[in-house]
Write a protein that binds this ligand. Structure first.
Ligand code: ATP
Ligand code: MN
Length: 480
């Protein structure tokens, strides 16, 4: 059988020697016509393959180049050299796929992340991206495992939606109409979507929450984990046009239950990665330390990546209200010295990421949960507090990233909900199906959305969100 091979990770983990093995993978380097560093993606570590001088034909040796795919068989022996416990003493080498060394874009040297983004189809074959995407996998697995243990139902909400009422972000349109100006129109010249594929105007989803709430009103606890799309023209290190979101929605939860779940959830998945991706996290920690050395002393972070993760799983998140946050920010010397781009002068303004990061990184030095925001800057479905001014919202802010979670207790009172929708000019007839949950057996409920790439960024320490999703989509970029 062709695929009878041993994974390099399994070989490196075992203490056995003196047995025959076959490995397959991609050549990272080939030194002195003798030593191949082979990687098969199962681990960041390479297996050293030793070729006895004169044992292979010159013609074959020439084809062992960086990037080539090979199959090697031989005896696993205790390594004579430094840097590895074992190596494979090759008796047979077969080239599965040649790689022209002159043309292969990944040379065995340090490449910038920007350059690697341009060759995203090949960047999986670097140590950094190998580590990032193995961790991404682990976090995804941990998310399902967390909710499964708690009895949540995994709900697949639609990707094509007709509701554009949520206002979470600009939407991408979905249509089969031609774009050359020949689409059917109404008398007033507007596009006649009644003749379009779905008989109405449709978009790519910005959030599965509204549909999630419907299911929570039957299963009690559900979560979604799927792609979401926002045509926001923001060229930041934290925004993508296509990203993955996890949205749990729970019946019989108030704001505090919601915060408790979110905090437990984040700690669980970070802990899972720490337990299961130790090598990759060690590698990324080291990588970050080297990156930090380029910065001036006072800009370097006090903790290493691993220390930061350890700290987050072992300490309570700070919980404060929006009003308290505004006071802290207003009184901060940063604000008084006008170091913020947006000066904090009054209650009611939306916080910018510079403010969020100040609270988390400078003031509290730990993750912060901000609650009870002014209703004017939050969505219509958030539960109105008795003060008439604020809603039962909560955002979780993480060091280095800013907002990673946005959530709230939902407004379950039909009259309050419809009143708020009218105030915000949200058509109630289009969302009649949503309002039905408030008509038939409503209950207190809550939920939140965690941006998957933001938590992957946090755990891997990667500075740019474009480097934690395999093929990032952002303004002017949809390659691969
Ligand atoms: P931000 O203020 O950072 O733009 P938001 O308030 O628009 O976030 P929500 O609508 O509450 O965010 O979405 C829930 C979560 O989804 C956010 O907390 C964040 O983790 C993530 N998220 C939002 N927009 C993006 C995006 N464009 N790219 C990646 N993740 C995102
Ligand atoms: Mn946004």
């Amino acid at each position: 059988m062709f695929s009878k091979r041993t994974r390099i990770k399994d070989l490196l983990q075992s203490d056995n020697v003196n047995f025959q093995a076959t490995v397959m993978g991609w050549v990272r380097t080939f030194r002195n016509n003798q030593f191949i560093a082979l990687n098969d993606g199962s681990t960041n570590n390479n297996l050293q393959i030793v070729i006895a001088l004169g044992s292979l034909e010159e013609q074959l040796l020439k084809r062992i180049t960086t990037g080539a795919c090979i199959k090697a068989s031989g005896e696993i022996i205790a390594s004579l050299g430094k840097g590895q416990k074992i190596e494979l003493n090759a008796s047979e080498v077969e080239i599965l796929g040649d790689s022209d060394a002159e043309k292969f874009p990944l040379q065995p040297k340090k490449h910038s992340l920007e350059f690697l983004r341009e060759i995203a189809h090949l960047r999986f074959r670097t140590n950094t991206f190998g580590a990032v995407f193995r961790i991404r996998h682990s976090l995804a697995f941990a998310i399902h495992s967390f909710f499964n243990k708690k009895g949540f139902v995994y709900l697949h909400t639609p990707i094509i939606t007709a509701s554009d009422a949520e206002g979470a972000g600009e939407m991408f349109k979905v249509t089969t109409f031609p774009l050359d100006g020949t689409a059917p129109t109404n008398d007033d010249g507007s596009i006649n979507f009644k003749e379009d594929f779905f008989g109405r105007s449709t978009n790519l989803t910005v959030s599965g929450q509204l549909e999630g709430e419907l299911a929570a009103m039957a299963f009690s606890d559900i979560y979604t984990f799927g792609p979401t799309f926002r045509a926001e023209n923001s060229n930041t290190t934290r925004h993508l046009a296509e990203f993955w979101m996890i949205e749990p929605e729970m019946a019989f939860y108030d704001l505090e239950d919601n915060m408790n779940l979110a905090e437990e959830f984040i700690k669980y998945i970070i802990r899972y990665a720490m337990d299961n991706n130790k090598e990759d996290l060690d590698f990324l920690t080291q990588r970050l330390e080297e990156e930090e050395k380029q910065k001036p002393q006072n800009e370097r972070s006090e903790m290493s990546l691993l220390q930061k993760l350890e700290f987050v799983v072992n300490n309570n998140f700070e919980r404060i209200t929006y009003t308290e946050a505004i006071e802290i920010l207003k009184e901060s010397s940063h604000n008084k010295k006008k170091k913020f781009q947006y000066i904090i002068d009054k209650w009611g303004i939306d916080l910018q990421s510079e403010h969020e990061r100040y609270l988390v990184e400078k003031h509290f030095k730990k993750p912060v949960i901000l609650t009870n925001y002014p209703k004017e800057i939050k969505a219509f479905y958030m539960r109105q507090n008795d003060d008439g001014k604020t809603v039962a919202a909560m955002d979780i802010l993480a060091p280095g990233i800013g907002e990673i979670v946005g959530g709230s207790q939902r407004e379950e009172r039909l009259d309050k909900l419809t009143q708020r929708m009218e105030e915000m000019h949200i058509p109630t007839d289009e969302l009649d199906w949503y309002l039905d949950t408030r008509r038939f057996g409503a209950c207190p409920h809550a939920g939140f959305g965690l941006g998957f790439e933001r938590i992957v960024q946090f755990v891997t320490g990667m500075g740019n969100i474009r480097d934690v999703i395999p093929f990032p989509r952002y303004p002017k970029s949809a390659s691969f």
